[in-house]
Design a protein around this ligand. Sequence first.
Ligand SMILES: [Zn+2]
Length: 85
Amino acid sequence: MLFVVESSADGKPIIILSMPKRILRVLKWLGTTPAVGMCAACERQFTLPMAAFKNIVEARSKMQGLFDEHECESKEGHEPATGPG
Ligand SMILES: [Zn+2]
C-alpha cells in the first residue's frame, strides 16, 4: 500500500492512496487514525465504526477495505472527446 501524505490548508495531513483511478482521501482524523475517508472520484464517504479505532493498523486496513469494496460511480461518465489537432 502506497501512501502519499500532503498537508492541507489546515495543516493537517491528508493521506492519498496511490491508485490507478480511484483516490481515497482522508477527511477526518482521530489522532493518527483515519476516521472518515472519501473517494475523490465519486465523493462517497466512508466512516469507520468506533470498534475499529482500537487498532490503528486494523483501522487503516478497514478503511482501505471499505474503499476497495465500494462501487465507484465516477461523475465523469465518459472520456471527453479529443478535438482536432
Ligand atoms: Zn468512488
